[in-house]
Design a protein around this ligand. Structure first.
Ligand code: PXP
Length: 239
Protein backbone atom coordinates (compact mmCIF):
# COMPACT_ATOMS: atom_id res chain seq x y z
CA UNK A 1 0.00 0.00 0.00
CA UNK A 2 1.38 3.42 -0.87
CA UNK A 3 1.43 6.04 1.81
CA UNK A 4 1.72 9.80 1.55
CA UNK A 5 5.24 11.22 1.42
CA UNK A 6 6.07 12.70 4.83
CA UNK A 7 5.75 16.47 4.97
CA UNK A 8 8.85 18.60 5.41
CA UNK A 9 8.69 21.32 8.03
CA UNK A 10 11.59 23.72 7.67
CA UNK A 11 12.81 25.15 10.97
CA UNK A 12 14.05 28.70 10.41
CA UNK A 13 15.39 29.42 13.91
CA UNK A 14 18.98 29.70 12.77
CA UNK A 15 18.22 32.34 10.19
CA UNK A 16 17.28 34.41 13.24
CA UNK A 17 20.46 33.28 15.01
CA UNK A 18 22.49 34.73 12.15
CA UNK A 19 20.47 37.93 12.09
CA UNK A 20 20.84 38.37 15.84
CA UNK A 21 24.62 37.98 15.60
CA UNK A 22 24.68 41.52 14.18
CA UNK A 23 21.63 42.81 15.97
CA UNK A 24 19.96 44.17 12.83
CA UNK A 25 17.18 42.88 10.62
CA UNK A 26 19.07 40.81 8.03
CA UNK A 27 18.68 37.97 7.17
CA UNK A 28 14.96 37.98 7.88
CA UNK A 29 13.41 34.66 9.00
CA UNK A 30 10.21 35.68 7.20
CA UNK A 31 12.10 35.81 3.89
CA UNK A 32 13.56 32.39 4.67
CA UNK A 33 10.09 31.02 5.38
CA UNK A 34 8.80 32.34 2.06
CA UNK A 35 11.80 30.94 0.17
CA UNK A 36 11.48 27.53 1.85
CA UNK A 37 7.78 27.34 1.01
CA UNK A 38 8.39 28.40 -2.59
CA UNK A 39 10.95 25.57 -2.87
CA UNK A 40 8.48 22.94 -1.65
CA UNK A 41 8.51 22.98 2.15
CA UNK A 42 5.13 21.92 3.51
CA UNK A 43 5.26 24.04 6.63
CA UNK A 44 7.39 26.32 8.76
CA UNK A 45 8.63 25.44 12.22
CA UNK A 46 9.96 27.98 14.67
CA UNK A 47 10.91 27.85 18.31
CA UNK A 48 10.11 30.86 20.45
CA UNK A 49 12.48 30.18 23.32
CA UNK A 50 11.92 31.75 26.72
CA UNK A 51 15.21 33.68 26.35
CA UNK A 52 14.33 34.75 22.74
CA UNK A 53 17.83 33.83 21.65
CA UNK A 54 16.78 33.41 18.02
CA UNK A 55 13.11 33.79 17.04
CA UNK A 56 11.41 36.82 18.62
CA UNK A 57 7.77 37.60 19.24
CA UNK A 58 7.74 39.98 16.30
CA UNK A 59 9.06 37.25 13.94
CA UNK A 60 6.24 34.96 14.98
CA UNK A 61 3.66 37.73 14.49
CA UNK A 62 4.97 38.68 11.04
CA UNK A 63 5.23 35.09 9.84
CA UNK A 64 1.75 34.30 11.16
CA UNK A 65 0.37 37.38 9.36
CA UNK A 66 2.07 36.56 6.06
CA UNK A 67 2.16 32.86 5.30
CA UNK A 68 -0.80 30.58 4.80
CA UNK A 69 1.11 27.28 5.12
CA UNK A 70 0.98 25.48 8.47
CA UNK A 71 3.07 26.99 11.25
CA UNK A 72 4.43 24.66 13.89
CA UNK A 73 5.33 26.68 16.98
CA UNK A 74 7.83 24.94 19.23
CA UNK A 75 7.61 26.13 22.81
CA UNK A 76 8.22 25.29 26.43
CA UNK A 77 5.34 24.20 28.66
CA UNK A 78 4.86 27.54 30.38
CA UNK A 79 1.78 29.70 30.91
CA UNK A 80 3.46 32.57 29.01
CA UNK A 81 3.98 30.42 25.92
CA UNK A 82 0.47 29.00 26.06
CA UNK A 83 -0.91 32.57 26.14
CA UNK A 84 1.21 33.52 23.13
CA UNK A 85 0.09 30.39 21.27
CA UNK A 86 -3.59 31.03 22.00
CA UNK A 87 -3.24 34.65 20.82
CA UNK A 88 -1.33 33.66 17.66
CA UNK A 89 -3.20 30.46 16.77
CA UNK A 90 -0.56 28.55 14.81
CA UNK A 91 -1.62 25.32 13.11
CA UNK A 92 0.30 23.30 15.68
CA UNK A 93 2.30 23.70 18.87
CA UNK A 94 5.10 21.32 19.63
CA UNK A 95 5.85 21.31 23.34
CA UNK A 96 9.54 20.82 23.99
CA UNK A 97 11.66 20.72 27.14
CA UNK A 98 13.74 23.84 27.54
CA UNK A 99 16.76 24.51 29.66
CA UNK A 100 18.38 27.93 29.48
CA UNK A 101 21.95 26.66 29.39
CA UNK A 102 21.42 24.14 26.58
CA UNK A 103 22.58 24.87 23.04
CA UNK A 104 19.65 23.02 21.49
CA UNK A 105 16.78 20.82 22.71
CA UNK A 106 18.84 18.01 24.13
CA UNK A 107 16.29 15.38 25.01
CA UNK A 108 12.60 14.66 24.83
CA UNK A 109 9.91 16.05 27.07
CA UNK A 110 9.17 13.98 30.18
CA UNK A 111 5.47 13.71 29.39
CA UNK A 112 5.01 10.92 31.92
CA UNK A 113 6.87 12.68 34.77
CA UNK A 114 5.30 16.09 34.05
CA UNK A 115 1.83 14.75 33.40
CA UNK A 116 0.03 17.00 35.90
CA UNK A 117 1.81 20.13 34.69
CA UNK A 118 1.13 19.34 31.05
CA UNK A 119 -2.49 18.32 31.35
CA UNK A 120 -4.06 21.80 31.71
CA UNK A 121 -1.71 23.29 29.11
CA UNK A 122 -2.52 20.63 26.52
CA UNK A 123 -6.23 21.03 27.26
CA UNK A 124 -6.02 24.81 26.81
CA UNK A 125 -4.27 24.46 23.44
CA UNK A 126 -6.68 21.74 22.30
CA UNK A 127 -9.62 23.95 23.29
CA UNK A 128 -8.14 26.79 21.22
CA UNK A 129 -8.16 24.48 18.19
CA UNK A 130 -4.36 24.16 18.05
CA UNK A 131 -2.95 20.75 17.22
CA UNK A 132 -0.72 19.69 20.08
CA UNK A 133 2.48 17.79 19.48
CA UNK A 134 4.80 16.55 22.22
CA UNK A 135 8.51 16.23 21.46
CA UNK A 136 9.46 12.99 23.18
CA UNK A 137 12.10 10.30 23.10
CA UNK A 138 11.06 7.07 21.37
CA UNK A 139 10.04 5.52 24.66
CA UNK A 140 6.76 3.58 25.13
CA UNK A 141 6.01 5.18 28.53
CA UNK A 142 6.30 8.66 27.01
CA UNK A 143 4.10 7.70 24.07
CA UNK A 144 1.44 6.34 26.38
CA UNK A 145 1.55 9.51 28.46
CA UNK A 146 1.18 11.63 25.30
CA UNK A 147 -1.92 9.66 24.30
CA UNK A 148 -3.38 10.01 27.80
CA UNK A 149 -2.73 13.74 27.67
CA UNK A 150 -4.83 13.87 24.47
CA UNK A 151 -2.01 15.22 22.31
CA UNK A 152 -2.82 14.66 18.64
CA UNK A 153 0.81 14.24 17.63
CA UNK A 154 4.13 13.06 18.97
CA UNK A 155 7.39 14.20 17.43
CA UNK A 156 10.01 11.54 18.05
CA UNK A 157 13.39 12.99 19.04
CA UNK A 158 15.91 11.66 16.52
CA UNK A 159 18.96 13.15 18.26
CA UNK A 160 20.31 9.83 19.57
CA UNK A 161 19.72 8.22 16.16
CA UNK A 162 21.58 11.10 14.48
CA UNK A 163 24.51 10.45 16.81
CA UNK A 164 24.58 6.84 15.54
CA UNK A 165 23.76 5.35 18.90
CA UNK A 166 23.31 1.60 18.58
CA UNK A 167 19.75 0.38 18.34
CA UNK A 168 18.23 3.84 17.85
CA UNK A 169 16.64 3.14 14.47
CA UNK A 170 14.94 0.08 15.96
CA UNK A 171 13.74 2.18 18.90
CA UNK A 172 12.34 4.76 16.47
CA UNK A 173 10.66 2.06 14.37
CA UNK A 174 9.08 0.46 17.45
CA UNK A 175 7.91 3.83 18.73
CA UNK A 176 6.46 4.73 15.32
CA UNK A 177 4.53 1.46 15.33
CA UNK A 178 3.17 2.21 18.78
CA UNK A 179 1.88 5.63 17.65
CA UNK A 180 -0.47 3.78 15.32
CA UNK A 181 -1.84 1.64 18.14
CA UNK A 182 -2.30 4.72 20.35
CA UNK A 183 -3.95 6.83 17.64
CA UNK A 184 -1.17 9.43 17.63
CA UNK A 185 0.18 11.09 14.49
CA UNK A 186 3.91 10.47 14.23
CA UNK A 187 6.46 13.18 13.42
CA UNK A 188 10.23 13.09 13.82
CA UNK A 189 13.05 15.57 14.06
CA UNK A 190 16.40 16.72 15.40
CA UNK A 191 19.82 16.28 13.89
CA UNK A 192 18.49 15.08 10.53
CA UNK A 193 20.73 15.48 7.49
CA UNK A 194 20.95 14.31 3.87
CA UNK A 195 22.95 11.33 5.14
CA UNK A 196 20.55 10.07 7.79
CA UNK A 197 17.09 11.20 6.65
CA UNK A 198 16.02 8.25 4.55
CA UNK A 199 15.71 5.44 7.13
CA UNK A 200 13.50 7.75 9.23
CA UNK A 201 11.50 9.03 6.26
CA UNK A 202 10.90 5.40 5.26
CA UNK A 203 9.10 4.56 8.52
CA UNK A 204 5.51 4.05 7.41
CA UNK A 205 3.93 5.95 10.30
CA UNK A 206 6.07 9.09 9.97
CA UNK A 207 3.94 11.90 8.56
CA UNK A 208 6.19 14.91 9.09
CA UNK A 209 9.88 15.66 9.49
CA UNK A 210 11.06 18.91 11.07
CA UNK A 211 14.56 19.92 10.09
CA UNK A 212 16.48 23.08 10.85
CA UNK A 213 20.18 23.39 11.58
CA UNK A 214 21.47 21.22 8.76
CA UNK A 215 19.23 22.82 6.13
CA UNK A 216 20.21 26.35 7.11
CA UNK A 217 23.89 25.33 7.19
CA UNK A 218 23.68 23.76 3.74
CA UNK A 219 21.78 26.80 2.50
CA UNK A 220 24.79 28.99 3.22
CA UNK A 221 26.78 26.88 0.78
CA UNK A 222 24.15 25.98 -1.82
CA UNK A 223 21.14 28.23 -1.33
CA UNK A 224 17.92 27.53 0.57
CA UNK A 225 15.75 26.66 -2.48
CA UNK A 226 18.23 24.03 -3.70
CA UNK A 227 18.68 22.63 -0.18
CA UNK A 228 14.94 22.33 0.50
CA UNK A 229 14.33 20.73 -2.91
CA UNK A 230 17.10 18.20 -2.38
CA UNK A 231 15.89 17.24 1.11
CA UNK A 232 12.35 16.97 -0.25
CA UNK A 233 13.55 14.63 -3.02
CA UNK A 234 15.43 12.42 -0.54
CA UNK A 235 12.32 12.16 1.63
CA UNK A 236 10.15 11.30 -1.37
CA UNK A 237 12.62 8.60 -2.50
CA UNK A 238 12.99 6.96 0.93
CA UNK A 239 11.99 3.30 1.02
N1 PXP B 1 12.05 19.36 16.16
C1 PXP B 1 12.11 19.93 17.39
C2 PXP B 1 10.97 19.71 18.32
C3 PXP B 1 13.21 20.74 17.76
O1 PXP B 1 13.25 21.30 18.99
C4 PXP B 1 14.23 20.96 16.83
C5 PXP B 1 15.38 21.84 17.18
O2 PXP B 1 14.95 23.13 17.40
C6 PXP B 1 14.11 20.38 15.55
C7 PXP B 1 13.03 19.56 15.26
C8 PXP B 1 15.11 20.61 14.49
O3 PXP B 1 16.34 20.08 14.85
P1 PXP B 1 17.60 20.41 13.96
O4 PXP B 1 17.82 21.87 14.03
O5 PXP B 1 18.68 19.59 14.59
O6 PXP B 1 17.27 19.94 12.56
Amino acid sequence: MTRPTPRLGVNIDHVATLRNARGGSHPDPLDAALAALAAGADGITLHLREDRRHIRDDDLARIRATITAPINLEMAATPEMVEIACATLPHACCIVPERRAEITTEGGLDAAGQFDLLRPLVRRLNDAGIRVSLFIDPDPAQLRAAAELAAAVVELHTGAYAENRTGELTRLADAALLTEELGLECHAGHGLTYANIQPVAALRQVRELNIGHYLIGEAILHGLPHTVRHMRALIAAAK
